[in-house]
Structure formats: C-alpha cells, structure tokens
Design a protein around this ligand. Structure first.
Ligand code: NOJ
Length: 551
C-alpha cells in the first residue's frame, strides 16, 4: 500500500453502547440496538465504527475497567450478537474498531483477584505492587495506591481504585495483550483504539513525582515511559499479520513525543488522539476551568496540522465520551444550530481522519442535573468533592454542569417519544430534557439541520482529494473571532471560514485569493445576506466553505 492508507479517506462514528439504543427493553443500550441502527450510522456517510469498551465490566469507569477481555458485557448481548453486528457492518462497508484498554484492568478481573492472594502466585507480578507507596496521584481518586491486607502491599492505580495498573514489564502480561488483540482480529475486527497507551511503561523504581499538573503527580514517570517503544513494537508486530490499523489515545502527549509513535523506526501507531485542542477551556475536569479561547484552540489545531504534514496523519475529533458536549463548550446553546454546524466544519475539513461521537451529529448539549448525587462518573464525583471546596455548592455544581463527562453519556435522542426513543422503559441514565427539539427524527425532516450539515460535510470531504490529502494552511491566527484555514492540492483550494462569534464579524480575504472568485460549496445559513456578504461580514457562528480554482 502506498502512503494513502485505507484509513485516510475514511471517517468514523464512535458508539458508547450503553447510551446508544436499547434493543432488548431493559433501559440499557446494547448490541441489538446497535444492529438496528446500523443503517442510520451508514446514512451519515461514515466508513467505520469505534466501539468504546463493550466487554464485561463492573462499570466503576463504565467499561474502562474490564473484567474479561474476550467476551461481551451481558448488558450488551453476547459474542454471537457482536458477530452479527460485525458481519452486518462489514456487509454495509463499515469497518469496526475496538477499544483496547491494557494500562489497567478491573479489580474484579480474575488476574487481579489471584494477584491479591499472595506473592507466590502465578499472577503475582501481573500488577504493580509495593510495600510502601510513592507520592503519585491517581487521575480519578486521590492517591495512586491502595492497600490490600491479604497481600500486605499496595497496588498502583493511575485511574480509579477499581482500575489496578498492569505490570507491562512482565513479558507474560504483554503476551496476554497480544492474545487479546489476536482474539478480536481473528474475529474480523479492523483495528484498535488504544486507551491511554502512552502510560503503559513506568519508570524503574517508581520514583516520587514532581508536580506536573495539579492532581497528576508522577505523570512524568509513566508518560512515554522508558520501554514504551519496545512494547509498542511488539503489539505492532501482531497487527502486521492483519490488515488493520492502530489508533492510540495519547493524553497530554506533545507533538514531539507523538512523532515517535507515528513516524520513523519506532512507528507503532497510525494515528493518535492528541489533547491540546481540548485545553482551550478545561480538560476533563473543572479544576483548571478557564474561559474558552479561540486563539488557543486554533494554535492547537494548527500545531498538529503543521507538525504532521507529510509525515504522520491526524485523528480529528472535538467530542467523545470523555468531554462535555462541544456546543455547550466551544459554541453556544443559544445559537445552537449555527454553532453546532460551524463546529463541524471547523475540524472535519482539516487533514486527518474525522471521528464523530454519537449525538454530536444532532447537536446534543450538556445536561444540567440538580444534584451531584445524580451524577455517575467517577471523575465528576471526585472533582466535586475535591476542588473549590470554599465555593458554595451551587457554584461547584455549575462547574460540573460545564465539565462533566456524564453530559456525553446521556441517552441518544432518537425522536420525541417517551425516553427520546432510546428505550421503552426508564433508561439507566437521565435523558436530556431538550429531546423534543434535539433529536434524529426531527432533524431528518429538516435539510438545514445539524444532522444534514454533518452529512454534507462528510460527503464533500469524501468527494474531494484536496479535502482529504491537500495541504493545510491557517490564516489570521491571531483573530479572536474567526478560524480560517485552507486545504490545497495543485491548483485547487478550499477556504474554510468559521466564525466563533455571537455578533457579526468581518472576515478578510487572504492575499492569495484576492482577484479570484470562489464557489460557495457549503454554508450553514440559508440564503445569502447580500448586504452582510458585500461588507465581508459573517453572521453569528456562520461557516462558509469556498472552492477556488487558482489557475
Ligand atoms: C481514557 C478513556 O477514554 C476514559 O474514558 C477512561 O476513563 C480512562 N482512559 C481510563 O481508562
């Protein structure tokens, strides 16, 4: 294969199954629901699905705490049902990638249960045990160490207490990982999204950490750890026997370290989810919350676009199951349709493979629950009880409204029937009360909807070599209201203009395009406002995509 690998022209839809569609009437989304909705997924114009973890799990971290890597959570169905979904998806031309979560398991995984029993156990070294803890913080629940009396030792957990870290230095653990990969690849899946994969190798001796970020002491000793590229090479080798691809999640990764995974002799991933653009306001939690800065967002986008140009390939996303909804975050709930559509254009036309998270394509927004006790996400709950304790509870709850991962995990809004058409019975989690306005059925009927805009963006991208492979150039990086970027290949250029402003703002034409007339190929406002257009003014959250032939 040349450098135009098959995943490059593609786009993906991420499904967080628990909240997607309930097919068996128990209030929990499942693979029966997914099967029924495959035609919908296909209709978006995507080419593949990424499933967040669907394996057995006690759900301390909703699937990211796995207790059996080679099975399906009974809430979601069974292996037979998964195979049906996989076969049907393939028949429809959709690839399927699985979440590979191997930095940690659940504490209910049989390996951990055994490992707790004693030091002379076959699973004793599957996890990271110490007589005395170091000063590392966990990212979800206080200190990174938990004492187990039966063993008389502490185990490391970078995430929740119920997510003990695997000891990747143990060759047996790496063999287990490879066996998990082969299990799913043999079944026919097309690749993996690899969870916090840059954390799997810890520095020898586990030295105390210096503060890197609030609440992340120790991170510099496990982010891109000493043996990471050796271990990644072993996993890559498994994939080489299959026609699959690997996408790594790289929390806090820098361009420099990402390049080692994506290029050159240590190449072990085809793409990486970076996080810089998720820091234009907050990041997961509200402890660092600050007002959204467009300049910061553009800087992050452009940094990755320029750095990877001609060398690597970007994974493009603005939403997933770990972040609040993007309209409530970088857009405006008041200008809901306008900002929801503009945000689509702001990233789908960059160079890379776009990912769309369930509900993003209909403009789902954050849920605002009345009490912290209604939230279920471990990190939201910890944050509420840990940070800003001097503020009154209302203000702290407001921070959770802005930042909680639970906003991405409310049931998918299919129509205006009870429970938003997600389930015939009471759903496992709260439905956003705005489902009468924000739902698939309603948006299907309206060609100006966010849903149709996503379809139009994906179709435009798919039909254009320039939008897939062309060079990226950003204009006016210091402009506080407008994000403007170009994709060019030969004499063809697309100019993508996105206003992030609630007020009309003036857009200037870059020098290169002066004297050329572009064809308007996409806009999120119906009809031209001749007056505004003449003055170069963009309406609130307007986006315009022009195609130029610069012969
Ligand atoms: C990243 C996942 O996306 C997130 O949902 C999870 O909580 C952590 N990794 C730990 O697995």
């Amino acid at each position: 294969m040349d450098d135009r690998e098959w995943y490059k022209p593609m786009s993906f839809y991420q499904i967080w199954v628990r909240s997607f569609a309930d097919g068996n009437g128990d209030g929990i989304g499942d693979l029966y629901g997914v099967y029924d909705k495959l035609p919908y997924v296909k209709s978006l114009g995507v080419d593949g699905i990424w499933f967040s973890p669907i394996y057995p799990s006690p759900n301390a971290d909703y699937g990211y705490d796995i207790s059996d890597y080679k099975n399906i959570h009974p809430d979601f169905g069974d292996l037979e049902q998964f195979k049906k979904v996989l076969t049907r998806a393939h028949e429809m031309g959709l690839k399927v990638i699985m979440d590979l979560v191997v930095n940690h398991t659940s504490d209910e995984h049989p390996w951990f249960v055994e490992s707790c029993k004693g030091k002379d156990n076959p699973y004793s070294d599957y996890y990271i045990w110490r007589d005395k803890p170091n000063n590392w913080d966990s990212l979800f629940e206080g200190e990174a160490w938990e004492y187990v009396p039966s063993r008389g030792q502490y185990y490391l957990h970078i995430f929740a207490k119920k997510q003990p870290d695997l000891n990747m230095d143990n060759p047996k653990v790496r063999e287990e990982v490879k066996s998990i990969m082969r299990f799913w690849l043999d079944m026919g899946v097309d690749g993996f999204r690899e969870d916090v994969i840059n954390f799997i190798s810890k520095r020898e001796g586990l030295p105390n950490g210096l503060p890197f970020l609030p609440a992340a002491k120790g991170m510099s000793h496990y982010k891109d750890g000493p043996h990471i590229h050796e271990y990644m090479a072993e996993f890559r080798k498994v994939c080489e026997d299959y026609d699959c691809f690997q996408l790594g999640e790289g929390p806090m990764t820098t361009v420099k370290s990402a390049m080692k995974y994506l290029t050159g002799p240590t190449k072990s991933l085809d793409m990486m989810f970076s996080f810089d653009h998720m820091m234009a306001d907050c990041m997961y939690t509200e402890y660092l919350h600050r007002p959204f800065s467009l300049v910061k967002l553009k800087k992050a986008f452009t940094k990755w676009q320029y750095a990877l140009a001609g060398k690597g390939w970007n994974a493009l996303y603005i939403e997933n199951h770990d972040h609040p909804r993007i309209i409530s975050r970088y857009g405006s709930e008041f200008f809901w349709r306008e900002s929801g559509t503009m945000l689509a254009a702001s990233y789908i036309f960059q160079q890379g493979t776009p990912f769309i998270y369930q509900g993003q394509e209909i403009g789902m927004t954050n849920i605002k629950l009345m009490s912290i006790d209604q939230y279920v996400d471990v990190s939201s709950i910890t944050n509420y009880h840990t940070y800003h304790l001097k503020e009154d509870p209302e203000r702290r709850l407001h921070r959770i409204h802005l930042s909680s991962r639970d906003s991405a995990r409310t049931p998918m809004q299919w129509d205006t029937s009870e429970n938003a058409g997600f389930s015939k019975v009471k759903p496992w989690f709260y439905v956003n009360p705005n489902y009468n306005k924000v739902n698939v059925a309603k948006e299907e009927e309206d060609k100006e909807s966010i849903l149709w805009f996503y379809r139009n963006c994906l179709a435009l991208r798919k039909g254009s070599e320039t939008l897939i492979y062309g060079d990226y150039t950003e204009y006016f990086p210091k402009d506080k209201n407008i994000f403007m970027y170009e994709r060019s290949l030969g004499k063809e250029s697309y100019l993508i203009i996105c206003s992030f402003s609630r007020l009309p703002v003036r857009a200037h034409k870059p020098e290169k395009f002066k004297g050329h007339k572009g064809e308007l190929v996409l806009c999120n406002y119906e009809g031209e406002s001749k007056l505004l257009h003449k003055k170069g003014l963009l309406r609130p959250f307007e986006t315009r995509v022009y195609r130029y032939n610069l012969e």
